[in-house]
Design a protein around this ligand. Structure first.
Ligand SMILES: NC(=O)c1ccc[n+]([C@@H]2O[C@H](COP(=O)([O-])OP(=O)(O)OC[C@H]3O[C@@H](n4cnc5c(N)ncnc54)[C@H](OP(=O)(O)O)[C@@H]3O)[C@@H](O)[C@H]2O)c1
Length: 292
């Protein structure tokens, strides 16, 4: 049993990490604006508070899931993005190294430009937007602090959302429900992955010998689909007509998005660690809690 701190524990992934990792570990979650007991409030811009927090709790592992992850927001405020996504990550990584705490940075498939998928863990990064750029900088900073630290890249996530617009996957349900002729990107290829599968994978990784946990890992489900195809699954799950849904053949968002960042999980695969689930079943289950 380890003592694990999870930052971003009020967020989509962090909530699942707390839930799953708590099954076999002592877990302390931190959040910011949404923090309420038992989640502790910790502003990741407050270096004195972070230091005091770590010295009080002395975890074995820190999973850093807090970040600004919306590409359009990152594009519009580079300074705030660097402060949270890069500087806070680097500071935490250094504190963890000094205290012999395994540091785990959650990163993204958007570190790649999407032109030559699939990507293995040591493929060259080349982000097409500032969010991806900030994550590349964070990865490099964290592994420069210590090559023993861990970077985990994940693709677009879904799971038990607090509201439909919380995830880029479930927000599609909002569009489908509001407009039978809603338009959806049919250009970019995505691999929607359930947050509990990320958490189950990390739970398995954390019981491996420390040297096997070092460096970069890819975690991804393997069902490929565009947002239009997700919309069709979602409409079917909601018993809505799919005929009127409109497929957009060109990218339609503000900040540039990569075409196809398929993440190959060669390292986890070699360890026999894999958690996947059927998208149609899982998204129907998620939506059943919001649309009844
Ligand atoms: N969601 C995706 O599709 C996706 C895809 C690829 C990679 N990722 C990565 O996965 C990780 C988790 O993403 P997510 O979707 O779970 O994010 P999220 O739901 O947007 O949650 C962000 C978290 O960061 C916390 N946070 C923000 N500013 C903070 C600050 N100043 N101090 C302390 N905490 C702060 C938030 O706390 P409050 O809400 O309490 O303020 C929240 O817990 C991120 O690193 C993201 O880049 C996500």
């Amino acid at each position: 049993m380890s003592k694990i701190v999870v930052t971003g524990a009020t967020g989509l992934l962090g909530r699942a990490l707390v839930k799953i990792l708590s099954q076999s570990n002592t877990v302390i979650g931190t959040g910011f604006s949404r923090a309420a007991p038992p989640i502790e409030q910790l502003d990741l811009h407050d270096q004195a508070a972070i230091t005091a927090f770590l010295d009080t709790h002395r975890p074995n592992i820190l999973v850093h899931a807090a970040a600004e992850r919306k590409p359009d927001i990152c594009e519009n405020d580079h300074q705030a993005t660097i402060a949270l996504n890069v500087q806070a990550a680097e500071f935490l990584a250094q504190l963890c190294k000094d205290r012999d705490i395994q540091f785990v940075l959650v990163s993204t498939d958007y570190v790649f430009n999407g032109k030559s998928a699939p990507y293995i863990e040591n493929a060259a990064t080349s982000p097409v937007n500032f969010y991806g750029e900030s994550k590349v900088q964070a990865e490099q900073a964290v592994l420069a602090v210590s090559p023993q630290h861990t970077v985990v890249r994940v693709p677009v996530l879904y799971g038990d959302v607090e509201y439909l617009a919380e995830s880029a996957v479930t927000v599609i349900a909002e569009h489908v429900l509001n407009n039978p002729h809603s338009e959806h990107d049919h250009w970019a290829i995505r691999y929607p992955t359930h947050v509990e599968d990320i958490a189950l994978t990390l739970k398995d990784l954390f019981v491996q010998p420390p040297e096997k946990q070092a460096g970069t890992f890819h975690i991804s489900d393997n069902q490929s689909m565009t947002k239009y195809e997700m919309a069709v699954f979602i409409a079917k799950a909601l018993n809505l007509d799919t005929q009127g849904l409109v497929a957009l053949p060109e990218p339609s968002q503000t900040a540039a998005r990569p075409y196809n960042c398929a993440l190959k999980d060669t390292r986890l695969n070699a360890m026999g660690i894999a958690h996947h689930r059927d998208f149609a079943t899982a998204i129907a289950n998620v939506l059943s809690k919001h649309t009844l």
